[in-house]
Design a protein around this ligand. Structure first.
Ligand code: NDP
Length: 274
């Protein structure tokens, strides 16, 4: 069975580089999908309060039969729950739904700059980490100016910044900033929600490597050194997406994929969400 390699975070812990995203997976389907993915070799699951499937995710982890300590589970605090006390309450709810003793990584889902509560929210994450209920803490959708402001107000640098990242939106500025500060960049919507998979450049590379376009894109992420969490509702595609560690893209291939950048987002600009 193939397992993803792990990457080290700035708090000394490790995270499997490739995980399963479960946005839009129904709570009723999550248990079976997560247990099935773990059976295929996945050791990292990415959920969020917003996805309303934490119960199914936790049940899937338990049903997998794999030791809890071998599986990395991320969840996220939603915008409506930002603020010190509200975040602690939200975590209690997530924790009860997941029913897993601890969470490996807890993220602030969006900076929600108009609310201006992410620094208080961050203090709550530090508290949860100090209490051992959460192992690592990080952020999501933070532009560099949000990160700079957060870092200036805290002694903890986020372990991870999970952002929209795919060949159309390679996030060079965010990646360079994150690397400079020791923050691991994690790619959400790594396949641009499937919208770029019929691109002729990817078709050419897929044919040359005898792989699928999705595998080419995921391999590009792996070689960039980012954490990557593709979502699929089908176990066949879940298996396909993990099978990206047995081939390599050349520098020319990487350059060809870099040529797909348009700056186009599939989601909102973080300055406009909340
Ligand atoms: P992805 O880029 O992972 O794309 C998912 C889409 O691609 C689905 O339509 C899926 O269809 C399809 N797909 C998956 N694998 C294949 C394949 N091998 N071949 C063809 N099509 C494929 O999009 P997501 O937006 O789901 O992002 C991934 C994860 O990132 C989320 O699930 C979530 O965990 C996280 N995320 C985080 C956000 C944040 O704000 N922090 C925001 C959005 C996502 P099918 O299911 O039918 O296979």
């Amino acid at each position: 069975m193939q397992l993803s390699p792990t990457l080290e975070m700035n708090d000394g812990r490790t995270i499997p580089q490739l995980g399963l995203g479960v946005y839009k997976i129904d709570d009723g389907h999550a248990e079976e999908l997560v247990a099935g993915a773990i059976g295929l070799g996945y050791r990292h699951i990415d959920t969020a309060t917003l996805y309303r499937n934490e119960r199914g995710v936790g049940a899937g982890v338990r049903a997998s039969g794999v030791d809890r300590g071998e599986i990395f589970v991320t969840t996220k605090v939603w915008n409506d729950d930002q603020g010190f006390d509200a975040t602690l309450r939200a975590f209690d709810e997530s924790s009860a739904l997941l029913d897993l003793d601890y969470v490996d990584l807890y993220l602030i889902h969006w900076p929600a700059p108009r609310q201006d509560r992410y620094r208080d929210t961050w203090r709550a994450l530090e508290r949860l980490r100090d209490e051992g209920r959460v192992r690592s803490i990080g952020v999501s959708n933070f532009h560099t100016h949000h990160l700079e402001r957060l870092i200036a107000s805290s002694s903890t640098i986020p372990a991870v910044n999970q952002v929209e990242l795919h060949p159309r939106l390679p996030q060079e500025g965010v990646r360079a900033f994150d690397t400079d500060r020791g923050i691991l960049t994690e790619a959400w919507s790594p396949l641009a929600r499937g919208r770029l998979l019929d691109d002729p450049v990817l078709a050419r590379l897929a044919s040359a490597h005898d792989r699928t376009p999705a595998q080419i894109v995921l391999r590009w992420h792996v070689q960039l050194g980012t954490v990557v969490i593709p979502k699929s509702s089908s176990l066949d595609r879940v298996a396909e997406n993990l099978d990206v560690f047995g081939f390599e893209l050349s520098d020319d291939d990487m350059d060809a994929i870099a040529g797909l950048a348009t700056g186009e987002r599939t989601g909102m600009d973080p300055d406009d969400n909340g």
